[in-house]
Write a protein that binds this ligand. Structure first.
Ligand code: SAM
Length: 341
């Protein structure tokens, strides 16, 4: 086990009340046990303030918690950070307090076997604060307004717009594939889908419950749910052809480089000439990362522009007409857009 590279002490006892939650970096590195004990005392302090304070100051405390966790995550070695998450944060009474927020709790409990299921993402697309009580409602409201949440809602709108553009580009009936579609909420804000100006929108996901929700919302439309896994795509057991637009959002953040590279090559191969592919991945490091890992047990694979370019390893360059890399307005999500010759 490596020692903590980041020495941490709490604000001095004489610090003004507002400053006492802040982590202060000192010159000398304590052994990691000391750093963890110090972090535990800092959590005690945050917890006391959250429990005792009125709901109005909960946002301030959530803000200090997010900043403090991000500081720890950046300064510590990955081993020490994991130890903090798996032991200190997991056992701390602050965790059940934060789990009054249904969004935080669902990621932790992972009823479908993984943290980022479609029901969880719906907590970001929709505002369900009115269903919750007191602290849980305020924590959820806070999470709903964070940059990553804005990015997820922006991603949905971008996908809906691109579906509409594809329908304009291919008026004779575009073929579109969404890989790991979740609840396919972008279809609900796409005009082309509502007006049935798309030939076929294949909604591909491993989760039959998510596909049932899609069928419920699109009983007679152009949307065609298909149950299947990335593994089936990789093995060639499931394949699609002649697609005008293939996209995947909220999947690559879970895939290793090797799997993501292989999948990118395969999806690109499903495009017809002139077709487009769009892949989204969270960039390093949204400000919520520390909170997500410590209190939601939600670990994503973050990528930068170079990492996204590296996913082109199995795309035949001679078939590539264009590559575009861009970020969302929050600087949080990177989009890789490929056009086939
Ligand atoms: C974070 S959700 C994203 C849903 C949707 N694309 C969106 O942007 O809201 C991730 C989805 O990926 C699906 N998924 C995860 N791993 C998968 C795999 N190996 N094969 C197929 N689907 C997978 C999950 O079932 C879930 O619906």
């Amino acid at each position: 086990m490596q020692e903590s590279q980041t020495p941490l002490t709490r604000g001095a006892p004489t610090a003004p009340p507002g400053e006492r939650n802040r982590l202060v970096i000192t010159e000398q590195a304590p052994p990691f046990e000391d750093a963890l004990a110090e972090a535990q005392r800092w959590l005690d302090n945050v917890y006391a303030r959250m429990v005792e304070g009125p709901d109005e100051v909960l946002w301030q405390n959530m803000h200090s918690l997010h900043l403090g966790l991000l500081t720890l995550r950046r300064r510590w070695s990955p081993e020490v950070w994991r130890k903090f998450c798996k032991e200190t944060a997991k056992k701390h009474p602050l965790r059940p307090f934060l789990h009054q927020c249904p969004f935080t709790r669902r990621a932790w409990e992972r009823p479908r076997g993984y943290a980022g299921d479609a029901v969880l993402i719906d907590y970001l697309y929709m505002d369900r604060a009115a269903d919750e009580l007191h602290a849980g409602r305020e924590i959820y409201r806070y999470m709903h307004q964070q940059p990553s949440s804005l990015s997820v809602r922006e991603r949905r709108e971008l996908l809906a717009r691109t579906i509409d553009e594809t329908a304009e580009r291919v008026p004779e009936g575009a073929r579109i594939l969404s890989v790991a579609c979740g609840h396919l909420r972008e279809a609900e804000t796409s005009r082309a889908v509502a007006e049935q100006r798309v030939g076929e929108l294949i909604a591909f996901d491993q989760d039959p419950l998510s596909l049932a929700e899609i069928s419920h919302h699109n009983p007679h439309g152009v949307v065609k749910p298909v149950c299947g896994s990335v593994r089936a795509l990789l093995s060639g057991k499931t394949t699609f052809q002649d697609m005008d637009f293939v996209y995947s959002a909220g999947l690559y953040d879970y895939l290793s480089d090797a799997v993501a590279t292989r999948l990118t090559g395969l999806l690109f191969g499903m495009l017809r000439s002139g077709g487009k592919m769009l892949v989204a991945n969270f960039a390093r490091y949204p400000p919520e990362t520390g909170y997500m890992e410590a209190f939601m047990d939600w670990w994503l694979i973050y990528r930068e522009e170079d990492d996204m370019r590296a996913l082109l390893g199995e795309v035949p360059m001679e078939q590539l007409a264009g590559i575009r890399l861009y970020r969302d307005t929050q600087d949080n999500v990177i989009y890789l857009e490929l056009t086939r010759r």
